[in-house]
Design a protein around this ligand. Sequence first.
Ligand SMILES: [Zn+2]
Length: 309
Amino acid sequence: MYLPKLISLVLCSTVASAVVPLHENMSTHAMTLNSIRASKDSEPTPFYDALAKALKKRKTKIDNLCPPSDPVARRILEEYGAIFLAHKKVTPPPVCIFTTEEQVTRFQNAAGFESEVIGYDEIELQPEALKKLNKAREEAQKEGLDITPRDGAEAARRNYEESVILWNSRFQPALDYWLSKGRLTEEQVARLRSLPLAQQVAEVLELEKTGVYFSKDLSKSILYSIAAPGTSQHIAMLAFDVTEFENPRVREIMAKHGWFQTVLSDLPHFTFLGLKEKDLPKNGLRSVEINGQMFWIPNVPGIHPGLDK
Ligand SMILES: [Zn+2]
């Protein structure tokens, strides 16, 4: 029942790394600076200031979203946090990390979602996100282009279990690899496999600080390859993986309709913010251009050392 669906479960970033391989070791090494240009626009608002303001409007605060004592949750927030700044017409998740399927189902039902058949695939997104995606598609089609889901229904809404399966698709082979290289012992591997998910994520992020990476190509953080379990913007139903992401005009049309690339290195992945591009800096996001593609990431100095030069 569930299995056939899994076969088509392919990650949005898999091919992306092959297309633009420069993200290797991004978190620890300076990236090729001539291919990266920080925005020359006026200084963007600090992410945490903009976030506090946005959450206040939603009658919540950062500590409810991500406990300050949980460094993993903070790291996730700083990598994937753009969705918490989205337009008030959409509903961001109430937490940085969902921990059960029930919690995800409750959120998804409360936020609401609608579906659309594109080609052979039925995709599901929050209503405003879907409405603007349809507008973008119409505009693209008028120009003889199209915007279609990459790898089927998983291009949009995902559930909790799918996010766990994706995690394991990177975590498990990486353990085997580092064991074979002698960087991890049998005992360490057995222990890591037996840990509860939250601890697994925490330990993986610690190991990555020593160069033991868990992405598909084992050269960068797993967070640039797949989302940690329960953290995907796809769970929030505010993400859509685009087949035609390499077409600059498609990216332009997506941006015009509030859809932006917000996760570094995940090239086909677009996030619905519902904001105008010119307003993103004052909403706590900064732009980073990598090989001609513009990413809008939380403006937190220091989390991407290579980008702060
Ligand atoms: Zn994606």
